[in-house]
Design a protein around this ligand. Structure first.
Ligand SMILES: Nc1ncnc2c1ncn2[C@@H]1O[C@H](COP(=O)(O)OP(=O)(O)OP(=O)(O)O)[C@@H](O)[C@H]1O
Ligand SMILES: CC(C)(CO)[C@@H](O)C(=O)[O-]
Ligand code: BAL
Length: 284
């Protein structure tokens, strides 16, 4: 394990192609899938575990975010990581730190509206981590679809020399997307949280039966979410590859349905392609 940001690059120098998996820890099988993909494609695999304070808003769950460094070391190593990078917040943001990366466009709607400043924190820490590690490829989960779009935009706009790889969402048998925040839920609550993926599938089914009106597609998902009395919808949106909602959807592999909702006080997000049969991992 490495803790000093100044040491990471030198530890990797001359060791071949580097794959990087940035995380906030409390690793699960979703993270393991990213690490295995990196292991299959790169000579060196670096996983970072850093609960980045700048991407949490006031009143969000920074102080109670789950942590388990021993478990993370075991899971990351088991999935094929060579190095676990776990910096201190003070080392990443030393006194006097005064720079923020702000992505426009794709970062604006949805999570951008619900969590003001969130993507500034994500973009800033991801750029710092990419600069510190210097990977050839960096792996991000499709579970955070908008985050993946924000990172791709930033990397293109700032000419960061890295290939961004998106990895499909790993789910429980119930359909629930794996997420560190699922640990806030009891087993019974977790079973009920599968309502999110059922809502997304209902939207897919409506599209498969020919519906193209965005409002009607949304309604088919909202109707499923309404079956769960303890759920508050934050958003359910059908968007294009630029995260824009349009009156009618196009039969495009980048058309996506995204949902965010609060269930038993826990904020969960998920997404699926509207036309799964067209799904193609977008080129870097
Ligand atoms: N179920 C999953 N399948 C694939 N990738 C995932 C999954 N869950 C998380 N990831 C990816 O792992 C990386 C690190 O995510 P993070 O550490 O925030 O985990 P998380 O489970 O998404 O946590 P949170 O509950 O805070 O959203 C991100 O690129 C994220 O998209
Ligand atoms: C990309 C990331 C590690 C930045 O802190 C975080 O947003 C996450 O875990 O998805
Ligand atoms: N996986 C997204 C990180 C966050 O919610 O802050």
């Amino acid at each position: 394990m490495l803790r000093d940001p100044a040491e990471v690059r030198s530890a990797l120098a001359g060791r071949g192609r580097v794959g990087f998996v940035p995380t906030m820890g409390y690793l699960h099988e979703g993270h393991a899938e990213l690490i295995r993909r990196a292991r299959a494609e790169c000579e060196m695999v670096v996983v970072s575990v850093f609960v980045n304070p700048t991407q949490f808003g006031p009143g969000e769950d920074l102080s109670r975010y789950p942590r388990d460094l021993e478990g993370d070391l075991a899971l990351a190593g088991g999935a094929g990581a060579d190095v676990l990078f776990h910096p201190e917040a003070e080392a990443m943001y030393p006194p006097g730190y005064a720079t923020t990366v702000r992505v426009g466009g794709v970062a604006g709607p949805l999570e951008g509206e619900s969590r003001p400043g969130h993507f500034d924190g994500v973009a800033t820490v991801v750029l710092k981590l990419l600069n510190l590690v210097g990977p050839d490829r960096a792996y991000f989960g499709e579970k955070d679809w908008q985050q993946l779009a924000v990172v791709r935009r930033m990397v293109r706009d700032l000419s960061v020399p890295v290939e961004i790889v998106g990895v499909p969402t790993v789910r429980e048998a119930s359909g629930l997307a794996l997420s560190s925040r699922n640990s806030y839920l009891s087993p019974e609550q977790r079973a009920r949280a599968s309502v999110l993926s059922r809502a997304l599938r209902a939207v897919q089914a409506a599209a498969a039966s020919g519906e193209r009106d965005t409002g009607a597609l949304r309604q088919s998902g909202l109707a499923v979410l309404a079956e769960e009395p303890d759920l508050t919808v934050d958003y359910l949106a059908v968007v294009d590859g630029d995260m824009r909602e349009r009156p009618a959807v196009e039969n495009d592999s980048m058309t996506r349905v995204l949902v965010a909702a609060r269930l038993f006080g826990v904020r969960l997000i998920d997404n699926m392609p509207l036309f799964p049969e067209l799904e193609a991992t977008p080129a870097c």
